[in-house]
Design a protein around this ligand. Sequence first.
Ligand SMILES: [Zn+2]
Length: 278
Amino acid sequence: MPELPEVETVRRSLLPVVLHKPLEAVEVHTTRILQHKTVEEFRELLLGRSFLDLSRRGKYLIFSVEGGWELVAHLRMTGRLIFYSNPSIPWAKHTSAVFSFGSQGELRFEDVRKFGTLDLVPTGQYETIKGLHTLGVEPLSEEFSPEYLLKLLTGRRIKVKALLLDQTKIAGLGNIYADESLFQAAIHPQRSADSLTEEEIERLHGAIRDVLELAIANQGTTLRDYRTGFGQEGSFQNRLQIYGKKGEECPRCGVKLEHRKVAGRTSHFCPACQREQP
Ligand SMILES: [Zn+2]
């Protein structure tokens, strides 16, 4: 599933090509992609209007639309938002929605599994989009300081990995980047949040930022479905340290990497570098 670096990469790739172009046609092929609007309402509100900006919160992309609306997209498992400068390129088989800028290209939502969503809401009114309304802090914002993370972890008996995945605490981290960050900080995913020392928390804070920034610089991780807004693969999969590498040698100490279910997700770790008992 695309996480913060992938969604941010899509945002950055689409930003220069989708703004200030009036929508000449809007097609919805998979009606369940629309959350609170009928196809007719959706089309009527968008036709003739332009996107004015494109921002990101957690794993959500938010297109601000002329006239006080926002189009909120979530790619979920396999969604892709791709800009085609040549609109005569045939639609891919799993195209759920198409936003046409006439001869100036098309933005297409392609989605094999069809869990992706599109919401159209008055600007800033996210109450109906529960996941967006309750999002926690952006990990690359100034607000996310070591002190903030300390406060988040203190007194919580929850496993640290579970807390990192909780979107209402930290927005945009998923399984890949939680595992990579915990490895870089040398913290076992099953450690109880309240068992971490201040030094470990500081290390974890730095690791989360470093891993996310490096992943964005590498256009995200393509293991299978994810593509940038231009349909290209990311390259951070070549720089992953432990994710998906069970049985391979730890790049730091050479011990065999393991994985285990933590918080319902397969979690990768090095049993030597990341000790279960502090
Ligand atoms: Zn190791």
